[in-house]
Structures are given as structure tokens and as C-alpha cells.
Design a protein around this ligand. Structure first.
Ligand code: MG
Length: 387
């Protein structure tokens, strides 16, 4: 243990951390233990080396399409967003004395199931499937990717990830009922996931809230006066920065304030998790799993500030006219390509066509589309007659 770990003022009782050698390190296909790497460290590496992980570089989450004609090369892709979430998740779990390697694996995997074109693409794909009594859920799709679509091992399909990583992939951001999802029965659906998984959802929120303000300013869709006016959390830190560095260039002042916003969110989360855990006297993972609600949360005041910031982002950035245009294009491409592939499944690669008898045509088409990058889906759409 390093000095930083032993001295962390936020460290939780050791029994709350997921054990590297416990039940959650079990794999569907038994594998001998590695001589010097934990099961969760190996899972993080398996995700990092997966083809679906590399495709995250070609998927934008907010600035889909716009990135193509924009003067900036600096917008986050899903890959760089994922790395930012990983950094935050490691900071959180290290400070809390939780299983950092499990959190890293979960952070690396958390967006691996996202289709092209960000949330507009996901919504469009979901709507296409609704017509067939199905739906698209990126967490469940991520589970399919790691359990089936990735082929890297001679002995089995998928990455053979541990139970703990698969549970976290499914449950980090929402809970599923056993009635509606009997296929997920092995993932303790009557319990909350371990804190390592609960924290991924908040690390994700913290990462994109601050990054989207940054990219929004960079894109010119947002301006500084507007962010100051609309985001109280930012304004407070920005005022302090202006007092400290009155001559700083505008961009540097904004960066400095955003950095402080991120730090404040992370610190508040650490304090709140520590407070909640102490308040219920929790000392074991079991108590975290069976608590009346998720233990990982921001304080009520910070949660209100975060929610207000998100509302601002929705109104001023995500739903801004220029973004609406990109969303409309995403919907058109996904819908038309989905229809074209339903009409002629022979346009899909043979490996995908082979899944039709077991998965059904609509699910197979959706899986194929979900794996595409933004540029690949544009090409595929044009080949099918899209403009
Ligand atoms: Mg994310």
C-alpha cells in the first residue's frame, strides 16, 4: 500500500471493497489464475485490447457529424471520454480504498455498447426495434459484445470476463428487474451493485458534464457569458479564477474554472459516499448491496447544482439548432440503413447473417449497426442509396 492510500481521509472499511479472489472473480469458463495479475486487472486489459474498444475512437458522443466539418480536432470521442471516466473512477476508488482494478475495467467498458451518432443514434436504433417488439439498451448490448461478439480466444467466444465485471457492465447505471430480464438472473438483480460499479455512473456524469461545457465552448455553440449565466457552479469558480488571475486569457480562465468544478464534484462525491457509509454503519459489501438505495451519490446540494448544469446543457447545447440538425441526420441514416438491411440481409457480412436464425433478423441488423463507427455507418448508408 502506498502512503497516499493509507492516508486517504475517505478510506472506507476494507470489507466494502470487492475482493480480487472472491466470488465475483469467477469466470464462465474456468481459467488458471495469473501468477502476478488479478482477475480484474486482466479483465481491464481484455477490454482495452478488444476491437469494440478501438472503435470507440470513431464514435463521437455529443459532436457527432459536427466534428467532421468543424475546425476543431479537439472534441472528445467516446474513446477519450472513456479514458477520462477511467481516470476519475481510479481517483475515486483509490481514495475510498475500493478495488481500483475492478473500477478501471468497468470504466473502460462502460460505453463499449454505444451505437454510432451518440444518443441520437441510440434512440433511433431503439425506435427501429420497437416496431418488432424489441428495444436497444447500450448496457445490455455491451454485455453481448463482451460475452459473444468479441472473438479473441481459441477456447470460447467472448472475453470470458469475471462475474463482477459483467455485473457492473449491466448494472452500473440502472437496475433491471428479474421479471422483465430473466436472462440476467445471475447478476444479483435483487441487490445493488458494489460501490466500484455504482461509482462508474457518477464518474461518467462528472466527466461529461465538465467535458461538454469545455467542448461546447470550443465549438462556439456556447459562449462564456452564457455559461456563467446558466451554470451557477461554474460561475462561482470562475469568479474566483478572475480574482486570482485578472489578466488570464478567456480560454485559460474557463479551463481553470472547469478544472475546479470537476475537482469539487469528485470531492463532494467522496465526502458523501463516506458520510452515507458511516451513517448506516456499513462495513461489508453485503451491506452496500442490501442498502435501501444506492450509496454512491452526490450531496443533495451538489446534486442540485449538477442537475441544473445538465439542464443548461440540454437547453443550450444538446438541443441547440446546430445539434438538432446533426440529430436529424443521425435518425435518417439509422432508420434508412436499418430498413435497407431488413429488406436485404445479404448486405451484411456472412458472420452477421449467420446469427439471424438464433437472434432473429431485427436484432441481428441492430447489432450490426450498433457496432459501426460514425464514418462507417455513413459509408454503409450511402452504399444503400442514402445521400
Ligand atoms: Mg459514458
Amino acid at each position: 500500500m502506498t502512503d497516499a492510500e493509507t492516508q486517504s481521509p475517505f478510506a472506507l472499511p476494507v470489507g466494502i471493497a470487492v475482493r480480487a479472489d472472491g466470488e465475483l472473480s469467477r469466470r464462465a469458463h474456468a481459467e488458471p489464475p495469473h501468477p502476478y495479475r488479478s482477475a480484474f486487472a486482466r479483465d481491464g486489459a481484455r477490454v482495452l485490447h478488444a476491437r469494440a474498444f478501438r472503435r470507440l475512437a470513431g464514435k463521437t458522443q455529443v459532436f457527432a457529424r459536427l466534428a467532421g466539418d468543424s475546425p476543431s480536432d479537439h472534441f472528445r470521442s467516446r474513446l477519450t471520454h472513456t479514458l477520462e471516466v477511467t481516470q476519475i473512477a481510479r481517483t475515486l476508488t483509490r481514495a475510498l480504498g475500493l478495488n481500483e482494478e475492478l473500477a478501471e475495467a468497468l470504466a473502460l467498458a462502460h460505453d463499449i455498447g454505444h451505437p454510432p451518432f451518440g444518443h441520437a443514434g441510440e434512440k433511433a436504433l431503439d425506435e427501429c426495434l420497437r416496431g418488432f417488439g424489441l428495444g436497444f439498451d447500450h448496457n445490455l448490448h455491451a454485455l453481448r459484445i463482451v460475452s459473444w461478439f468479441e472473438e479473441r480466444y481459441a477456447g470460447f467466444r467472448g472475453l470470458n470476463l469475471t462475474l463482477g465485471v459483467r455485473e457492473g457492465i449491466v448494472k452500473h447505471s440502472r437496475d433491471y428487474s428479474a421479471e422483465s430480464h430473466p436472462e440476467l438472473a445471475e447478476y444479483f438483480l435483487d441487490q445493488f451493485p458494489p460501490l466500484e460499479a455504482q461509482l462508474i455512473d457518477l464518474a461518467d456524469e462528472i466527466a461529461y458534464t465538465t467535458a461538454d461545457l469545455d467542448d461546447g465552448l470550443d465549438s462556439g455553440i456556447l459562449n462564456l457569458a452564457q455559461v456563467r449565466e446558466g451554470v451557477a457552479l461554474f460561475r462561482g469558480f470562475h469568479d474566483a479564477v478572475l480574482a486570482e488571475y485578472p489578466g488570464a486569457p478567456e480560454r485559460l480562465g474557463a479551463y481553470e474554472a472547469l478544472k475546479r468544478v470537476l475537482n469539487a464534484l469528485v470531492t463532494d462525491l467522496l465526502e458523501e459516499v463516506r458520510r452515507q457509509t458511516a451513517a448506516r454503519g456499513a462495513e461489508t459489501l453485503e451491506e452496500i448491496r442490501r442498502a435501501p438505495h444506492r450509496v454512491a451519490a452526490l450531496s443533495p446540494e451538489m446534486e442540485a447544482a449538477r442537475a441544473a448544469t445538465k439542464e443548461f446543457l440540454h437547453a443550450s447545447l444538446y438541443n441547440s439548432p446546430v445539434m438538432e440538425e446533426a440529430h436529424a441526420h443521425a435518425v435518417e441514416v439509422v432508420r434508412e440503413l436499418f430498413a435497407a438491411l431488413m429488406d436485404d440481409p445479404g448486405l451484411m457480412p456472412g458472420d452477421d447473417q449467420a446469427l439471424i436464425p438464433t437472434e432473429g433478423l431485427a436484432r441481428t441488423v441492430a447489432d450490426y449497426i450498433a457496432g459501426m463507427t460514425d464514418s462507417y455507418i455513413e459509408q454503409a448508408w450511402r452504399r444503400c442509396g442514402g445521400r
